[in-house]
Write a protein that binds this ligand. Structure first.
Ligand code: SAH
Ligand code: SF4
Length: 356
């Protein structure tokens, strides 16, 4: 197991096995997460024999940056290569996050949870190539550490909205969240983490039962089973009613507000009727609606509605008493288009080839 995947309790158990005092666990974690040192030989306050033992048993690989786009003050995308050659991307969203539209000192990282995605939503680049594998907890956590290292920025907000369906990698996700959250780990408050899901109702209930106050965003994208089912195959398994009922449970237990993400796709889900129904659904679970004009994805045929139509949809939601925002920036290069950098890069190489 990679060193970044272990919790404090697990390090303490490891140290006991090695006949060491448990405070050694704190020393290891201090090197890894506070000083950001990966090489066991550099961890000078650990006995040499322990360093050797750990080096033999716990790899401390770094994600390798393959490509970076954007610059300070814009959305920056990082393409990382994993140890087995697979590619994932992470996105750093600067101080005034497009994501929520308000001015703040928030610096958000958008983290991937899987290589590819099995859910095949019809608007999404991440699913185009199918699912390859789950990320380990270490690979999830390391996206945070490497993006901080590469950018020189301190990140204070995390969204699991990158490639993959986080709830389909539930155990590793929870492990990563607890490491990102822990005072001995990265130290990001649970309220500054948002898990986004296409609607895995049973996992929403599981997460509701967890003590951590992480936020939840639902990729909604359709207000009837007919429309939602057409663009999100997962809706056949967990139709809207089941999804809403899981959301009710989450809100009831956590006492916090949900977000509904709703991509506006021209002539697919942008009708006034969809807006009216969506308003009712959002009000039922007290969710804020985040409208996102569709980003064109190469290989997919859809487009976004024109601006008056976007505003009309927003107006209907608000008139019906739902809290809603519309992302208005013109560029298509925003965080939600995760998965696209990987596709661009992979397309420029023969299928199946590994980048060098
Ligand atoms: N699998 C999870 C998290 C990753 S998707 C989920 O589906 O929620 C993260 C967000 O990016 C989702 O809200 C998704 O709807 C959005 N997204 C994907 N493709 C997009 C596109 N082409 N344009 C705009 N947003 C997109
Ligand atoms: Fe997967 Fe989410 Fe993309 Fe759907 S929107 S294909 S669940 S990453």
């Amino acid at each position: 197991m990679d060193a970044l995947s272990l919790t404090k309790t697990e390090w303490e158990a490891r140290m006991q096995e090695l006949g060491q005092p448990t405070y050694r666990a704190g020393q290891v974690l201090d090197w890894l997460f506070r000083r950001r040192v990966r090489d066991w030989t550099d961890m000078s306050n650990l006995p040499a024999s322990i360093r050797q033992n750990l080096a033999d048993n716990f790899p401390t690989r770094r994600l390798e940056k393959v490509r970076e786009t954007g610059s300070k003050d814009t959305t920056r995308k990082f393409l990382f290569r994993l140890a087995d050659g697979q590619l994932i991307e992470s996105v750093l969203i600067p101080a005034s996050p497009a994501l929520y539209g308000e001015a703040s000192d928030r610096r958000t990282i958008c983290i991937s949870s899987q290589v590819g995605c099995a859910y095949g939503c019809k608007f999404c680049a991440s699913g185009l190539d199918g699912w390859k594998r789950n990320l380990t907890a270490a690979e999830i956590v390391d996206q945070f550490l490497q993006v901080e290292a590469e950018s020189g920025e301190k990140i204070n907000n995390i969204v699991f909205m990158g490639m993959g369906e986080p709830m389909a990698n539930y155990d590793n996700l929870l492990r990563a969240i607890s490491i990102l959250n822990a005072p001995w780990g990265v130290g990001i408050g649970a309220r500054h983490m948002t898990v986004s899901t296409s609607g895995l109702a049973p996992r929403i209930r599981d997460l509701a039962a967890q003590p951590l106050q992480v936020r939840l965003a639902i990729s909604f994208h359709g207000a009837t089973d007919e429309v939602r089912g057409r663009i999100m195959p997962v809706n056949k398994k967990y139709p809207i009613e089941e999804l809403l009922s899981a959301c009710e449970e989450y809100v009831g237990i956590k006492k916090q507000r949900l977000t509904f993400e709703y991509i506006l796709i021209r002539d697919i889900n942008d009708s006034p009727e969809q807006a009216r129904l969506l308003a009712q659904q959002a009000r039922r679970v007290n969710a804020k609606v985040n409208l996102i004009p569709y980003n064109t994805v190469e290989g997919l045929e859809w487009d976004r509605p024109d601006e008056p139509r976007q505003e009309e949809f927003l107006g209907i939601l608000r008139n019906a008493g739902a809290e809603a925002t519309l992302r208005r920036e013109k560029g298509h290069d925003i965080a939600a288009a995760c998965g696209q950098l990987r596709l661009q890069v992979e397309k420029s190489f023969a299928p199946g080839s590994v980048l060098n």
